[in-house]
Design a binder for this molecule. Structure first.
Ligand code: FES
Ligand SMILES: [Fe+2]
Length: 398
């Protein structure tokens, strides 16, 4: 077999080229400010799921440091979900201070008690007669564009988004169609603050090729055949979004504790090992492997497994600091065995996240030296190449 026959993915995307990638993008303050303005303030961003606010008046607050704002998402009396800048029209105090809660009727600003209803309308101005012609109807909360896909709530900070959410997600939304998101419930959350550029953090999740090395004592046993180079089940670009899929290994033998966990539930990364069994709950969803990990541009991952899914959100704080949020969704545990399976999976994931996190910070600690001007991506790392291609496309837009 010639060398080129080994290239399964990159040659299908000639527009991406095969050149190495410059490293300045990981430590340049100027580049980071462009990313803030042209990516995060332009793209649709997922900030939650609809079931987090099931009742009228329920709300969540998301601090979006990268966009220099706080976002209030609230379900109105009419059942509709809306988003606003969490900022009072008087002197800019956030009207909701808690991460989540229930608004019984109005949000009362804690600074001087102006109040707003769940549709963002300014209801009352404290000491109104002392103000100079401030009109209630012109001073509601500032709305933010919001839309949902498969229960995921997205916002867009452009005054008028240049694309609808459906246009923005296409064709990745189509690829995930049929996955039973609504049958799985939010179960646990990890939040990791790392000294790393947001792209470096993400790129380590956009390929499984590092599994046999970095994760040799954790995830590798669930996803690789011992002694073999890692090959994805699929690597795909869906416009600016991407997919890496992993096969179950042929020679997988669960440890005794993993075997118990697998008996009671899928709350384990050993679920990688389930590939051929028919997943009755997955409607007409088309699997590419045992574990399909979608990247939704610019900063979200949706990891699909048989019987569970998870999300990653990577929020930049500065050019070399980011937050990594991990949320896992499972069927509700009905007995002690299923609870054990969940805890087993949670602990197993924690160990792997530590391996990743430690490595991200190691990379960031040297990259700003400029000693290496470029990085190299191989064929299995196509999604990293595609991701950076679109980062450049957004940043270079006039
Ligand atoms: S800042 Fe909200 S009432 Fe003054
Ligand atoms: Fe990893």
């Amino acid at each position: 077999m010639s060398q080129s026959d080994e290239f399964r993915y990159t040659h299908e995307h000639p527009q991406l080229g095969v050149e190495p990638l410059d490293t300045k993008r990981y430590y340049s303050e100027t580049f980071f400010e462009q990313e803030r303005e042209k990516i995060f303030k332009h793209c649709w961003l997922n900030i939650g799921r609809e079931e987090e606010i099931p009742e009228p008046g329920d709300y969540i607050v998301r601090e979006l440091e990268i966009c220099k704002t706080s976002v209030l998402v609230v379900r109105g009396k009419d059942g509709q979900i809306r988003a606003f800048h969490n900022m009072c029209s008087h002197r800019a105090n956030p009207v909701a201070w808690d991460e989540r809660g229930h608004c019984p009727g109005v949000f009362v600003c804690r600074f001087h008690a102006w109040s707003y209803d769940t549709e963002g309308k300014l209801v009352s101005i404290t000491d109104k007669d002392r103000f100079f012609d401030v009109k209630k109807e012109e001073n509601g909360l500032t709305p933010i564009s919001l839309d949902s896909w498969s229960g995921f709530i997205f916002i867009n900070l452009q005054a008028e988004p240049e694309q609808s959410l459906a246009e923005f997600l296409s064709p990745a939304d189509e690829a995930m169609k049929g996955y039973p998101f609504d049958k799985l419930s939010y179960t646990y959350f990890y939040k990791i603050k790392e000294k790393v550029n947001w792209k470096l953090l993400q790129e380590a999740q956009q390929e499984g090729w590092h599994l046999p090395y970095l994760h040799k004592n954790t995830l590798a046993k669930s996803a690789t055949n011992s002694g073999e180079l890692f090959r994805h089940a699929a690597v795909k670009c869906y416009g600016k979004h991407g997919l890496v899929s992993s096969h179950a290994p042929r020679d997988y033998k669960p440890s005794p504790s993993a075997a118990v966990s697998m008996k009671f539930g899928t709350g384990t990364f050993d679920a990688f090992a389930i590939e051929d069994e028919k997943d009755e709950s997955a409607n007409d969803f088309v699997w590419h492997g045992a574990f399909d990990l979608y990247h939704v541009f610019p900063n979200m991952f949706i990891g699909l497994l048989r019987g569970s899914f998870f999300t990653y959100h990577i929020w930049p704080l500065s050019v070399d600091e980011s937050i990594w949020e991990v949320r896992f969704y499972y069927p509700k545990a009905k007995n002690a065995g299923e609870l054990f399976a969940l805890e087993y999976g949670k602990a197993g994931l924690r160990d792997a996240l530590r391996e990743d996190s430690f490595t991200h910070e190691k990379v960031q600690s040297v990259i700003a030296s400029g000693a290496k001007e470029v990085l190299h991506f191989q064929d299995e790392e196509l999604v990293l190449r595609n991701f950076n291609h679109f980062v450049d496309e957004y940043v270079n837009k006039v």
